[in-house]
Design a protein around this ligand. Structure first.
Ligand code: R5P
Length: 295
């Protein structure tokens, strides 16, 4: 039987320690130095030969730094004789899963090759943007969902008035329907159009009357907040009383949260990305999932 260790990466220290505690596994400390020019150096302070190590490192911004730290850690552990598994609660580059415009790189395919080269034998993540991205990995790659946890959180902590669950786009319909089924609420799917060159989003009008109801927008990622802001504006025009936005990955770049608050949106996220709105802890589902692997 291999010895299982949890190595919380620098971007997911608290989450990793909590997952290890829940699994009753030892924590393997990763020593990190960041040089003045931004380069990261990783050091593993103990023997790991023949151990199986799960590195938990989310790749939220700074995306490339956190991704490189994951790759460096995995590479070193693997070189030292460990079997390495990666758990990336937020997997960056999953939105770049095809050549949308001719000449564009399929970035997630490159990430998959880098992980393989670093010795990673399996990848797990949470609410990957598109499951198509998993096909680029030449080793087992899986996604679990925090959507039921988010829905339970809203159900238990808010008294929502005749709630309607809303997906800001067609791609998020399955997520929103799952959320709605936990909340036992109706679901509405909006049609978002994103300009492939400028990234500018617009949301098509819908013929519905939502007078006096609460709405919960459900998305995997809130990054600039543009998609949720546009959808919320439309929902308020339709008579919604209050808009909530539940997301797995609250990246919330720059002043995104302030803009959403000004637009009347209350944001609730998970701790795949630590933030002021990371109210839902994913440690329980990570631990349950990893308990099926760490045996
Ligand atoms: C895209 O389809 C995703 O599901 C999110 O809706 C999107 O990434 C959110 O980005 P932003 O907050 O920048 O609009």
């Amino acid at each position: 039987m291999p010895q299982w260790l949890i190595a919380p990466g620098p971007a997911s220290r608290d989450l990793g320690v909590e997952v290890a505690r829940r699994l009753g596994l030892e924590v393997l400390d990763i020593e990190l130095t960041v040089f003045p020019d931004g380069e990261s150096k990783i050091k593993i302070g103990r023997e790991v030969k023949k151990a199986s190590v799960v590195v938990i490192q989310s790749t939220y911004p700074p995306v490339d730094r956190n991704l490189m730290q994951l790759l460096f850690t995995a590479h070193k552990l693997s070189e030292m004789g460990a079997e390495v598994y990666a758990f990336a609660p937020y997997l960056a580059y999953a939105r770049q899963d095809k050549e949308f415009l001719k000449g564009e790189v399929v970035s997630i395919a490159v990430v998959a090759r880098l992980m393989r080269a670093a010795g990673i034998k399996r990848l797990d993540t949470v609410d990957i943007h598109s499951v198509n991205a998993l096909a680029y990995f030449a080793f087992p790659a899986h996604t679990i969902s925090a959507i039921p946890l988010l829905a339970e959180y809203l159900k238990s902590n808010y008294s929502l008035k005749d709630p309607i669950v809303v997906s800001p786009d067609l791609g998020g319909a399955v997520r929103a329907e799952g959320f709605a089924s936990v909340m036992k609420a109706e679901c509405l799917v909006l049609k978002k159009v994103r300009d492939k060159v400028t990234g500018e989003v617009s949301v098509e009008d819908v013929k519905v009357n939502l007078e006096g109801r609460d709405a919960v927008l459900v998305d995997d990622i809130i990054s600039t907040g543009g998609s949720v802001e546009k959808a919320a504006t439309l929902l308020y025009k339709k008579g919604v009383k209050k808009v909530y936005a539940a997301c797995t990955h609250p990246i919330l770049l720059g002043d995104a949260l302030e803009r959403l608050v000004r637009a009347g949106v209350e944001v609730i996220g998970t701790n795949t990305v630590p933030s002021a709105v990371s109210k839902v802890d994913i440690a329980p589902i990570c631990a349950t999932h990893l308990s099926t692997i760490c045996t």
